[in-house]
Write a new protein. Structure first.
Length: 191
């Protein structure tokens, strides 16, 4: 008999604080979805340049048990993230919206040493250590932070034009010939 059909499926709460203590050691599978705003994610909030209406992330999670060849059954978690945040474009230094749409799979293991020994060639699943008070909110936030581009920028051709600052001339104007700064010294010597 398939273990997934024999185990109860628990609906995860959508409230951020309730996601801080999930019992992934219990013999049950989980399913849930919700929306996390930027203030719900303090480490992500440190990265953004502005928070606009609609910024944040829809998340959905499903878990199931799977038997691996030659070992016991492990809980697999599928995490989907879709949302938007605002960062600084590294081309024009103006704010730009960054859309993220990520899907990840994790495998829960019993100990830290099992997670360390998990085969690195299995790139499809990242190992996590199951606990009775697993912080799912922190894992979601980690995945958002890992998905943020290292160099955020607008799509090609969408950067806002550079606005002159500190009396810079417009690009269309021909720059005037600069006066030699040592002319003042030369005039002082004459006096």
């Amino acid at each position: 008999m398939d273990r997934n059909h024999a185990l109860p499926q628990v609906q995860l709460p959508a409230e951020p604080n309730a996601l801080r203590r999930i019992d992934f050691c219990a013999p049950q599978s989980y399913k849930g979805s919700g929306f996390l705003s930027i203030p719900d994610l303090p480490r992500v909030a440190e990265e953004v340049t502005a928070v606009l209406p609609g910024d944040g992330f829809d998340w959905d999670i499903k878990t199931h048990f799977e038997s691996l060849p030659g070992s016991e059954s492990h809980q697999i978690m599928e995490l989907g993230l879709k949302g938007r945040l605002h960062l600084t474009c590294q081309r024009c230094l103006q704010g730009c919206a960054v859309e993220l749409d990520e899907k990840r799979q994790f495998i829960f293991l019993a100990t830290e040493s099992q997670a360390d020994e998990y085969p690195p060639e299995d790139e499809d699943r990242e190992p996590l250590v199951a606990s009775q008070q697993f912080n799912l909110l922190e894992t979601i936030e980690d995945e958002i932070l890992l998905s943020i581009p290292l160099i955020p920028k607008h799509p090609e051709g969408f950067c806002e034009p550079h606005t002159p600052v500190f009396g810079e001339d417009d690009e269309d104007e021909v720059p005037a010939e600069r006066e030699n700064p040592f002319n003042i010294l030369k005039n002082m010597k004459k006096n």
